[in-house]
Design a protein. Structure first.
Length: 396
């Protein structure tokens, strides 16, 4: 019966690595005498956060630790379980600790825990009741509160490179005694999987079990939905908008268009991109080309009216224009200096000469006195309009 169940498992689960040596791509952590290898060998695990992209082996590594350490190992999904279940697990761990039994709690997608859920873990980790292993695709700095983060070591798992994915696929085919898949198709699967071993294995299984002749066109059909790594709320969101901004700033229109394409293919909201372009037009181009802001605002309107896919050309038009335009950050720097002075000096008094004087009382108090109307002097009026404490300040 066990063999029958095993045979029916999806390949990604059926061939999940069982040892550190079989886990490819993370040798910087799991290789002999590397940090996690030593933790397991010494059976002395600290609380850990595994941070890495999908399909890089976070859950697999946790499973290997479970098999190799002398601890009760409890899996918990932050996506499907809540506080009541977590409290029960922690109570059980506390009870077991009285009998000198260790407990490791593996929390998948720990970034889905809110602050309250994360805080529940803190006293139990401090008391040594349980050891935490959390897995996340999101930057822990953004998604895990500092108190919990300070009690765990963060380990960054790398993307699994295409050559390593090909090795994984070859091993699976060998175990399945399948020889009909050409190396070129394995390379194509690895390239299209976007460093995600699970996606690659699932795609290979579909390819093998389909009744069609294996071909590049069939592989591409299986990958009909792009597996581009992009999370609109996570770190990659900020990485890509930063890459776009910096590429436009340096005047590299080709890189700018590539990063724009990455965001669009990843499903980024076009109005978000358009808003960032409006900001860029004033921050990085400013007075060097006032038309840049007009085009950016028009691009936002076009995106609002059309949406995807039609507005892609408008975004590309604007990005290319901004990248190729002359740059001037004088206004950006000027407003930063002015805001610094506001914070530094507080609410300085408005000079009497430029105060509004709508009532007789205000006029009697010299509001607006000695004000000179600039148009009457061809705008060649030399008077101080700054507070007296900042009389000689220059921002531009």
């Amino acid at each position: 019966m066990k063999t029958e169940i095993q045979d029916n498992l999806p390949w990604a689960e059926k061939y999940r690595p069982k040892t550190l040596s079989a886990l490819l791509g993370q040798e910087h952590l799991t290789g002999k005498n590397k940090v996690i290898f030593n933790f397991i060998f010494q059976d002395n695990l600290p609380s850990m956060i595994f941070w890495g992209p999908p399909g890089c082996g976070k859950t697999t590594l946790a499973n290997i630790i479970a098999q190799k350490t002398k601890s009760n190992f409890i899996k918990f999904s932050a996506a499907t379980s809540g506080i009541p279940e977590l409290r029960k697990i922690l109570e059980r761990a506390k009870e077991d600790s009285r009998f000198k039994e260790k407990t490791i709690i593996f929390i998948d997608e720990i970034h889905r825990f809110n602050k309250k859920q994360q805080d529940i873990l803190l006293p139990h980790l401090e008391e040594g009741v349980a050891t935490l292993i959390g897995a996340t695709t999101e930057n822990p700095s953004f998604e895990i509160n500092s108190a919990l983060l300070s009690r765990a070591r963060v380990f960054v798992l790398k993307k699994i490179q295409p050559r390593e994915i090909v090795k994984i696929l070859e091993k699976i085919l060998k175990k399945e005694r399948i020889k009909k898949i050409a190396p070129a198709l394995l390379n194509l699967i690895a390239d299209l999987s976007n460093y995600d071993a699970r996606v690659a294995i699932n795609s290979l299984e579909i390819l093998v079990k389909s009744r069609k002749k294996p071909s590049k066109s069939l592989v591409r059909e299986i990958f009909q939905k792009s597996h581009l790594l992009y999370d609109k709320k996570g770190e990659e969101h900020y990485n890509l908008i930063s890459a776009l901004h910096k590429s436009m700033r340096v005047g590299d229109e080709n890189a700018s268009l590539y990063w724009l394409a990455r965001m669009m293919e990843g499903g980024e909201e076009p109005l978000y991109i358009a808003r960032r372009l409006i900001r860029f037009a004033s921050e990085d181009i400013g007075l060097a080309n006032n038309s840049a802001l007009l085009l950016a605002v028009s691009t936002y309107q076009a995106c609002h009216y059309l949406g995807y896919p039609e507005c892609d050309v408008h975004l590309a038009h604007c990005v290319a224009y901004l990248a190729k335009s002359k740059k001037d950050v004088a206004v950006y720097k000027a407003v930063k200096k002015a805001r610094h002075d506001v914070r530094e000096f507080g609410s300085l008094e408005v000079p009497l000469s430029i105060r509004n004087a709508p009532t007789k009382l205000m006029k009697d108090l010299n509001y607006g006195k000695d004000y000179v109307y600039p148009p009457d002097y061809n705008y060649k009026v030399k008077k101080n309009y700054l507070p007296k404490e900042l009389k000689k300040r220059k921002y531009l």
